[in-house]
Ligand binder design. Structure first.
Ligand SMILES: O=P(O)(O)OC[C@H]1O[C@H](O)[C@H](O)[C@@H](O)[C@@H]1O
Length: 535
């Protein structure tokens, strides 16, 4: 790290060491809520309930400027190979560039092909939406599963096509439980895999094919594929007219905007799918044009940097007050942790500050009755990222939504304000006295001063979901640039895959475990001793 950069981090650490009381920032600045928020369109991102004050924000903005994130952004959009360890461009934004402005990759405009594939997807989706098909089974994992699975659930009010199911796990339970509810004669299977080599997906795809043949369906007309590896889809026996290709400049966890989103498009229809893309495109435009504190992805990223790398909080909770965003935390886990969970910088040197945080969460209000205890009173500070719509889709259940919103706002207020010892004493004064009162009161103290942000929007419609996902993608990108890491590779997933391949014949007894460690040998021995069937 350069001396200048070290100084910036040191300055930020000093600013964090002041242990600012968040509530007092509101007392000092009547306009704090407005000035520590960013807005784009109807969407509001409020980060005023954090300890970031004007000095801290300026220092964070200096850090961002020094990282050269804007040049890096422009390089990304212009098709430069910013994924330097794999020598690839990062152009998932082209998939939502609906107006078709040229995007050059190696001197060739990718947009005609992108838009042609989108049109083909739409024709295909319309054809199956109007057919006898009752069920669509998307077989994929990681980036070939989480995006469409998350969005199909998020956008269920727009779902007017066949049922969609998502099978990812190599655990036979997943495909078995899914296919049990489907009729092989009216089911479309989409095999979604960027590489078309992923063991889970290929195993599930072969099982689904055998099931279809066995149950009277026709894989020749009821299978489709989404991949960058067209030779492999052909070898699997899927005719070219039912294969949707994309290029290696789309990372797996950034791929739901293109053909990987086919299952979603069949569920909600091409029009709603395009609205989703349009939302993403709007966020791209905002991220490319809004300056400084007006730039929502930049501010979301800087809040992330402040909490993880400056304040050293190890995790962040994503807490959507929206039941339909139940898979968003899992989606963001891949997006954020696979992108920024790196210990080595782009130049091969060691990262000497923390990598990206642990991302986790569940929808509210459910989490309130489960793990929020620790967020409020545990010894670790966990920055919370709340999100909520001003309106629900259930017009006749407006009172539910009122309660949902009230709970969301109450949590950020409670985290910030806490409850001091006097207030805790007052709570129990009627029931206890003396030493017992003190003891009981101590348990009811909330330290408060726990940071949170809130993202709020009118309604979770397709365009809004597109905005949210693109917002988080850009946040990950900017954080990655500031850390100096490559957010677009994932070498950390390789070793386990290699060892699993080697262990395949060991766990069936065909190969010896003798070169393994004692624990692995014990586990293999247990498995073989208790194995009831050889399949
Ligand atoms: O789409 P596929 O090639 O089947 O890859 C599916 C997933 O598996 C890999 O192990 C990567 O960790 C993910 O980034 C990827 O999304």
């Amino acid at each position: 790290m350069t001396t200048g950069a070290t100084d910036m981090w040191d300055k930020l650490k000093d600013l964090a060491a002041r242990e600012t009381r968040i509530e007092s920032l509101f007392a000092e600045d009547q306009t704090r809520a407005q000035s520590f928020s960013a807005q784009t369109g109807d969407m509001l991102f409020d980060y005023s309930k954090t300890a970031i004050d004007a000095a801290a924000r300026d220092a964070l903005l200096d850090l961002a400027a020094a990282s050269g994130w804007e040049e890096r952004r422009d390089a990304m959009f212009s098709g430069a190979p910013i994924n330097e360890t794999e020598g690839r461009a990062v152009l998932h934004t082209a998939l939502r560039n609906l107006d078709g402005d040229p995007v050059l990759q190696d001197g060739t405009d990718v947009m005609p092909e992108v838009l042609a594939v989108l049109d083909r997807m739409a024709r295909f989706a319309d054809q199956f939406r109007a057919s006898k098909i009752t069920d669509v089974v998307n077989i994929g994992i990681g980036g070939s599963d989480l995006g469409p699975a998350m969005a199909a659930r998020a956008l269920s009010p727009y779902h007017d096509g066949p049922r969609v199911h998502f099978v990812s796990n190599v655990d036979g339970a997943h495909i078995a439980d899914t296919l049990r509810g489907c009729d092989a004669r009216t089911t479309l299977v989409i095999v979604a895999s960027k590489t078309f080599t992923t063991i889970e997906t290929m195993t599930n795809a072969r099982t689904a094919k055998a099931w279809m043949v066995d149950q009277g369906g026709d894989p020749a007309t009821q299978f489709a594929a989404v991949s960058t590896a067209l030779d492999k889809t052909e070898a699997f026996g899927i005719p070219a007219d039912r294969v949707f290709g994309f290029e290696d400049w789309v990372g797996g966890r950034y791929s739901m905007w293109g053909p990987i989103g086919l299952s979603l498009m069949i569920a909600i229809g091409p029009k709603a799918f395009r609205a989703f893309l349009r939302g993403g495109q709007e966020m791209d435009r905002h991220m490319r044009s809004a300056k400084g504190t007006d730039n929502m992805p930049l501010m979301l990223a800087l809040v992330g940097i402040w909490h993880r790398q400056v304040c050293d909080y190890a995790s962040r909770a994503v807490l959507p007050y929206d039941e339909r965003l139940g898979r968003l935390p899992a989606y963001l886990q891949q997006l954020e942790m696979e992108s920024n969970g790196k210990s080595v910088r782009m130049d091969g040197t060691r990262l000497d500050i923390p990598s990206g945080p642990i991302v986790w969460g569940e929808p509210g209000t459910n989490g309130q009755h489960a793990f929020y205890q620790l967020i409020h009173q545990g010894t670790d500070v966990i920055p919370c990222e709340f999100m909520v719509a001003a309106n629900g889709h259930e017009a006749d259940l407006g009172h539910h939504h009122d309660l949902l919103v009230a709970n969301c706002f109450a949590q950020s207020e409670a985290l910030m304000r806490g409850r001091d010892l006097d207030a805790a004493r007052a709570k129990v004064a009627d029931s206890f006295e003396g030493a017992e009162l003190e003891r009981q009161a101590a348990h009811r103290v909330f330290a408060g001063n726990r940071p949170s942000t809130t993202l709020i929007y009118p309604l979770l419609d397709p365009a809004t979901l597109g905005q949210i996902i693109a917002l988080y993608e850009h946040r990950v990108f900017i954080e990655g640039v500031i850390l100096g890491i490559n957010s677009y590779d994932q070498w950390g997933v390789e070793l386990g895959k290699e060892l699993a391949t080697a262990l395949g014949p060991v766990v069936t007894g065909e190969a010896s475990a003798e070169d393994k460690d004692g624990s692995t040998r014990q586990l293999v021995a247990y498995r073989l001793a208790h194995r009831t069937s050889a399949t």
